[in-house]
Design a protein around this ligand. Structure first.
Ligand code: GDP
Ligand code: GDP
Length: 436
């Protein structure tokens, strides 16, 4: 299980510059595989062999010209709630601003590790200017230049040192599927869970300072055995109207990282919106299984909107990962709850399946022969051999003489063929081309 690190601070201090530096190396890999990055504010990083997830809280409100102090405050509070460590960035050029003071006041009360980072320290002179930030009352600080990278090594040494030890979760050993129920506030997550497990376990509670860790609870319902991942972020009720994408991401990231299959509950009366989208991509980015549950279907006038139209609209939003089960349910009238569970188990099985190398070659090589990758600069790509890798999530490698010549459209073609032949519904898959 990963630690979650939140980057906070007022606009323009250099949060996203620093964030990009943190996730650069890994993201480059992910990008070249999927061809798409949806979320530029959440990613994974690693230092001294320790992996952690990073969230740039500021990234979610970029673009709005006047960000209210209350907004920043709320973001910091949420980061304090959900993250394991907080990096608070300030700007040496600007000095201490009233907003920095506000944020510092919140952070001084926090029991979790808080690292004060003074950014834009591009030269020795500015190093001296940094001293004034002692006045924030947060103690020791780190000076960096997010732009050049100087100072970041020392900061990261400290960060991984202060991150709490997380319980090891091994995907292979755990035999039961781990599900999480995620979605925007009011989509009906608690109603769904209560209807499913038949008890008021997910009642509204205000848990201050209790465990942050995801808790698995084992269930046996309708003949299915599974673990339901329960996190503070999911359990706690939104006290305010949380309409920003950021809140959904912050609230669900731990649960998603910790589960095998995400049941994404959306509100049928609202449609598939920005927040739903960002949770969906969070799951996709983590290579988790996904089932979309369109809840409150009892409220939709069936004359004006058929399931088919509704489904098509959602699928358009899911591009290019459209091979995802979409079910129309009602937590209130308990419609299709069993089906939802059944589908989640199916997605779990799909994600686990292993295709034998001989069968895989038998299937794919003739397809590749009939439709080879287009020649590039007069050169022909030859694919000789392919196999599924022994990884926890489905990954396929194709060995070729000129792998760098295989472009995304061809990868998608291969993926589509694969999905036609095998049931990978709800499961993100990776396709690599490698030198033979
Ligand atoms: P955010 O709003 O906090 O995410 O800030 P950005 O990362 O977008 O950076 C705001 C501005 O500060 C941009 O123009 C960056 O190029 C600049 N910036 C970021 N880091 C540094 C740095 O280390 N030194 C200097 N001189 N400028 C920086
Ligand atoms: P959460 O914030 O995602 O956990 O959402 P809740 O489970 O608290 O539900 C939000 C509101 O939607 C509550 O008033 C529920 O009674 C209502 N609700 C949830 N599911 C359904 C449903 O299937 N049909 C209808 N009509 N209302 C629902």
């Amino acid at each position: 299980m990963n630690n979650i690190v939140a980057i906070v601070g007022r606009p323009n201090v250099g949060k996203s510059t620093f964030f990009n530096r943190l996730i650069q190396r890994r993201e480059a890999i992910v990008d070249s595989v999927s061809g798409v990055t949806r979320d530029r504010n959440y990613g994974k990083s690693e230092w001294n062999g320790k992996e952690f997830s990073v969230i740039d809280t500021g990234g979610y409100i970029k673009g709005s010209d006047d960000i209210f102090e209350a907004e920043i405050r709320r973001q910091v509070e949420l980061a304090i709630d959900e993250a394991d460590a907080i990096i608070f960035i300030v700007d040496v050029e600007e000095g201490i601003t009233p907003m920095d003071d506000e944020v510092a006041k919140l952070l001084r009360k926090v029991k979790k590790p808080v690292l004060l980072v003074i950014n834009k320290v591009d030269n020795a002179m500015r190093e001296k200017d940094a001293v004034e930030f002692y006045n924030l009352g947060l103690g020791e600080y780190y000076t960096i230049s997010g732009m050049s990278g100087s100072g970041t090594g020392e900061l990261l040494d400290k960060l991984v040192e202060v991150l709490p030890e997380m319980p090891e979760v091994t995907e292979e050993v755990e035999p039961l599927p781990r599900f999480c129920v995620v979605g925007r506030p009011n989509a009906g997550k608690s109603s769904f869970i209560n209807a499913l497990i038949g008890e008021d376990r997910f009642v509204v509670t205000d848990i201050a300072g209790t465990t942050r860790d995801a808790i698995d609870t084992k269930y046996n319902r309708f003949g299915f055995e599974f673990n339901l991942v329960d996190t503070a972020g999911i359990r706690r009720k939104a006290k305010v109207k949380e309409d920003l994408e950021f809140y959904s991401v912050m609230r669900s990231v731990r649960a998603i990282e910790h589960s095998d299959v995400c049941l994404l509950v959306i509100d049928a009366t609202r449609g598939f919106e920005g927040q739903d989208q960002s949770i969906f991509w969070l799951a996709e980015k983590n290579r988790k299984g996904v089932v979309i549950l369109v809840n409150k279907w009892d409220l939709v006038e069936k004359d004006t909107m058929s399931t088919r139209d509704y489904e098509r609209k959602i699928r358009e939003e899911l591009q290019p990962f459209t091979d995802v089960p979409i079910l129309f349910i009602s937590a209130l009238t308990k419609q299709r709850l069993l089906k939802a569970l059944e589908t989640a188990v199916e997605v779990f099985e799909n994600r686990k399946q292993r295709i034998s190398t001989s069968k895989f070659n038998e299937l794919m090589l003739p397809i590749i022969e009939a439709t080879p990758p287009p020649a590039l600069k007069g050169k022909y790509v030859k694919i000789k051999y392919c196999m599924q890798l022994p990884t926890p999530t489905p990954q396929f490698v194709f060995f070729a003489n000129l792998p760098q010549y295989v472009k995304d459209p061809y990868k998608r073609f291969i993926e589509n063929k694969l999905r036609e032949q095998y049931n990978f519904s709800g499961v993100p898959i990776d396709i690599y081309f490698r030198q033979k």
